[in-house]
Structures are given as structure tokens and as C-alpha cells.
Design a protein around this ligand. Sequence first.
Ligand code: NDP
Ligand code: MG
Length: 339
Amino acid sequence: MRVYYDRDADVNLIKSKKIAVVGYGSQGHAHALNLRDSGVKEVVVALRPGSGSVKKAKAQKLEVVSPAEAAKWADVLMVLTPDEGHAKLYNDDIRGNLKKGAALAVAHGLSVHFRLIEPREDLDVFMVAPKGPGHTVRAEYQKGNGVPMLLAIAQDATGNAHDLGLAYACAIGGGRAGVIGTTFREECETDLFGEQSVLCGGLTSLIQAGYDTLIEAGYAPEMAYFECVHEVKLIVDLIYEGGIANMRYSISNTAEYGDYVSGPRLIDEGVRKRMKAILADIQSGRFTTQWMTECAAGQPSFKAMRRRAAEHPLEQVGEKLRAMMPWIGQNRLVDKSRN
Ligand code: NDP
Ligand code: MG
């Protein structure tokens, strides 16, 4: 696996380009502001009329245009809108407008890898995928650091796609931490698998099942919340800092022994088999087809699941307990009025 740093890139390649960032959400604000602060002179933000993000971009003195205008103007068009809308955005605003030989870029491989968009052959197509939320990409850049990023090339029409993509990644801070070369397939499939089986799906189901088990056994909700929700962060911080062994070094011997004997009872062969099934659904495109069908229908079951999940009693208990710990809310990265 090749890792690139600032010294491997020619940032001048990107500084002279006209760059349009479509979307001004988590990633959009970070890319646009970091590019500008890295000396890219011509950066515009593209948003649809009436978008709530317009005033946030304008407050940062960024020029805002429509996606179609941006596509006509740009040398590099970075699409930072939700993945499920990429096909429509590409077909309506980009395909007929982007200049010959321009670069189309994304921050996640889903729409390109699963052919939801089929980029014109004359375009360079690259991915720069920060391995962190946009708010961290911005905050670390401002501190002089960077978030590691992945770089992949799907189409190299000009012969310059790699160097351009690398320069882009460095201009948003990736070269300070390391830019890892990968492929659209690898990024996309591992990303979906990670979020479904471990980070989002696996973790939240584990937390809820643990919480529910204690409640059903008659324990106080506050106790269940502290033990099965709140303390997740304390454990994850230790893993994040130094791996699982570092976490086990810090916890008590009793906790560590319980970890060894009970963890595998829970996450057994059956779970591993179902993880493989989840991965197979991702690789075959079945998951993406299902999600796009859901989107085409207006996301009815997605919205219903979101509403039901938010009504879980754990959320109310958490709100009450977090109020006892005001430091949790300090130094927040996300300020919804601004970014
Ligand atoms: P957000 O949901 O935070 O932001 C979406 C932005 O796009 C909003 O400003 C929204 O404004 C705008 N938007 C939506 N539809 C359109 C449209 N058709 N035309 C123009 N603007 C539009 O997105 P994220 O930053 O989370 O995700 C963007 C991309 O980055 C995705 O591909 C995602 O996979 C990738 N990514 C995200 C990460 C993250 O940390 N969130 C991490 C790594 C990659 P409005 O709706 O008001 O029009
Ligand atoms: Mg991910």
C-alpha cells in the first residue's frame, strides 16, 4: 500500500485550477475552506436554489452558484452531496455541462463503483476520501494537522488524474497525515461493511441490546445507560489511542477476564457468518440496489426506522444524564448554524 505525503505532491497543480465544490455540508464546508486557505484562488460552492446551506457558505465569503453553472465553469468538480442524489445531479447538471477533460471528483466511491453515475469517457474521475467527518477535516487543518485520506482513480483521461487528485488531497490537509492509494472498489466495499457491521449497525444494536437486557432484568435506566452507552466512549478512546491491547492494559483484570470469556460467547460463529452475508450483499450490489429503490420511493421505511429508533427510551435517559455532565457539550466541532 502506497502512502503519499505533502512532499510527494505538487500542490501548484491544484492552485491554478477552478474548483467547484457541490454541497456545503459536513465535507463540503471543510473542502471549500481548506482549499481556499491552501492558496487555491478560484473556489466556488455550488448549491441548489433555496438551499439552507447558502447563507453558511456566503458567511465565509464564498461565492455560491448553481450546480449547472459550476459544472460549466470548473476544471475540477468535487461532488459533496449525499450519495443517493449523485445520479440525478450528474444526469441533470453535470454530464451536459462539464468541460471536456475536466475532473469529476467524489469523497466516497459508492456512486461511481456501483455505476449509479457513468462518467463521460473524456473526464478524469478521482476520489479523495477523508477518513474522518468533515468537521474534523476542517478543525485539524486549522490546527496545522490533517486527517488521513484515501486516493483512488477511476478514470484517467488526461494522464494527470493521479497527480491532480493527490494535489487536491494535500490541499485539504491529507498530505500532512498521509494519503493512502486505493481503488474505488476497495474503499467503497470496506466502507459500507465497516459502517454496517461494526461502526454503526453493529455498535448501535449491541448498545441497545445491552441496555434492554439490563432494563428487562429490573435495573435502573440510569445505570443501564452509564454501563452500556456512556462508557463506550471511554473504552473506544483507549482503543483509538493504542489499540485493543492498550485498552486491556488500562481496564481491571476482572474486566479483562470477562472480556475474554464473554465476548466470543456473544460474537460467535453465527455472527461471523452473518457478517460474511452482509459483505456478500455489499459486493454484489444488492445493498446499494435496495437503498436506491428505497430512495426512489421517497425513503418511507428509512424515515420510519429513523423515527422509531429516536423514540427508544435510551435517548431520553441520555439527555437527562448528559445534562449532569456539561463538559460533554463544550468545544463541539459541529455548530449547525455555521457548518
Ligand atoms: P451532508 O449531508 O453533510 O451535506 C450535503 C450538502 O449537499 C448540503 O449542503 C446540501 O444542501 C447539499 N445538496 C444536497 N443535494 C444537492 C444537490 N442536488 N445539489 C447541490 N447541493 C446539494 O453530506 P456529507 O458531507 O456527509 O457527504 C457528502 C459526501 O462526502 C458523500 O459522498 C459522503 O459519502 C462523503 N463523505 C462524507 C463523510 C462525512 O464525514 N460526512 C466522510 C467521508 C466521505 P441542501 O440539502 O440544503 O441543498
Ligand atoms: Mg466510512
